[in-house]
Design a protein around this ligand. Structure first.
Ligand code: NAD
Ligand code: GLY
Length: 352
């Protein structure tokens, strides 16, 4: 059983197919490969688990592989270049498809390589972490980190299809599952109060990996993301709400060395900081903090000096005319992007 959503982008629209066991030879991924060959980009952790299964869904296609080192600290130009080198070594043509098999790190790097090789070749996402299934595989943001900041180098490059086999979550470590829940909570907080309440009622089931609950959370998250992306693909406006908690979160990742705090963990603490900055009623901030804590995620950031916070946040991609902009909540389920915030409250929040 599977369900399909569509990211509606005119002639670049694409399906998100969600189901259990799709990688057990149950989906003809080759139908999305235009030419005769593909390059599967994975990593040393995920490939041993799912590469062979994926190949079974690519019958008739010439499948090549490359495994990247595992971890956020390898989300660099150098790693991306190793994919380009592999494509050149294969003498790949413009009709090659690059397939990302892994979490958000593999997806972001592989997508960026696909965007750059021969000025852009087809890209397919097969996300295997909860975070990648609910967020990074959808919407076409690709890229790598720079020593001076998170995701500073990249391109918009939409996939042709996103194939989500929820069974891949069976092997995902608990800490990574929780990190993915941060982005799921984000959707409820920014644009769907009903979904937020559903998460409050179902967090225990999600942590127990109840397959129905997980599938429902993934589907709703993808629906919400697809809707926002269809409205504002290149983040000229509304899409920035998907960055709730990320201005603080990216600064945490940057200041603490990529990989120390997982992306989802940094976003979790960042969402609570952003909620405080929003001036939400204390009850709503408490609700958000309680849900984040129930997911097993941090509610407080690590110790970072205020000037280091400001330095890191100054490289945020939402900055305009040197002005920080934050995603703020007007209520649970309602958000806006604004450069108007209480500066003294920000200082208090940064000083802990
Ligand atoms: P990740 O890619 O590092 O994966 C987490 C860990 O789980 C890794 O060790 C990975 O090898 C392992 N893993 C993956 N699938 C597994 C499975 N099924 N079983 C066992 N282990 C598995 O981290 P992530 O949380 O998936 O992604 C985080 C990245 O995504 C960050 O770099 C973040 O910036 C990026 N991101 C991008 C977007 C976007 O729109 N492009 C959105 C959100 C996050
Ligand atoms: N994760 C933020 C975005 O896709 O816009």
């Amino acid at each position: 059983m599977s369900s399909t959503l569509t990211v509606d982008l005119g002639d670049r629209s694409y399906p998100i197919v969600i189901g259990r066991g799709l990688l057990d030879g149950n989906f003809d991924l080759n139908a999305f490969v235009r030419g005769s060959d593909c390059l599967v980009v994975s990593n040393e952790t995920v490939a041993p688990l799912y590469y062979e299964k994926l190949c079974a869904n690519l019958a008739g296609c010439g499948v090549n592989g490359i495994n990247l080192p595992d971890g956020e600290s390898f989300k660099t130009i150098a790693t991306m270049r190793s994919i380009l080198d592999r494509l050149v070594e294969l003498r790949a043509n413009r009709d090659i498809a690059v397939i990302a098999l892994g979490g958000g790190v593999v997806g972001d790097i592989a997508g960026f390589a696909a965007a750059c090789y021969m000025r852009g070749v087809d890209f397919i996402q097969v996300p295997t972490t909860l975070l990648a299934q609910v967020d990074s595989s959808v919407g076409g943001k690709t890229g790598v980190n720079h020593a001076q900041g998170k995701n500073l180098i990249g391109a918009f490059h939409q996939p042709r299809v996103v194939l989500i086999d929820t069974n891949t979550l069976d092997t995902l470590p608990d800490r990574e599952l929780a990190a993915g829940l941060a982005e799921v909570i984000k959707y409820g907080a920014i644009c769907d109060a009903e979904f937020f309440a559903w998460l409050e009622a179902n967090m225990t089931n999600l942590l127990a990996r109840d397959p129905d609950a997980l599938e429902q959370a993934i589907r709703r998250s993808c629906e919400l993301k697809a809707e926002v992306v269809a409205e504002d693909e290149r983040e000229a406006g509304r899409r920035a709400i998907l960055n709730f908690g990320h201005t603080f979160g990216h600064a945490i990742e940057h200041c603490h060395g990529y990989g120390e705090w997982l992306h989802g963990e940094a976003v979790a603490a960042g969402m609570i900081m952003a909620a405080r900055l929003s001036g939400l009623p204390a009850d709503d901030v408490d609700r958000l903090a309680a849900l984040v804590a129930a997911a097993g995620l941090p509610t407080e950031p690590p110790a970072i000096a205020a000037d280091a916070w400001l330095d890191a946040m100054g490289m945020d991609k939402k900055v305009q005319a040197k002005q920080l902009r934050f995603v703020l909540l007007d209520a649970i389920g309602e958000s806006r992007v604004s450069s108007e915030y209480d500066g003294s409250r920000l200082n208090e929040i940064l000083r802990g």
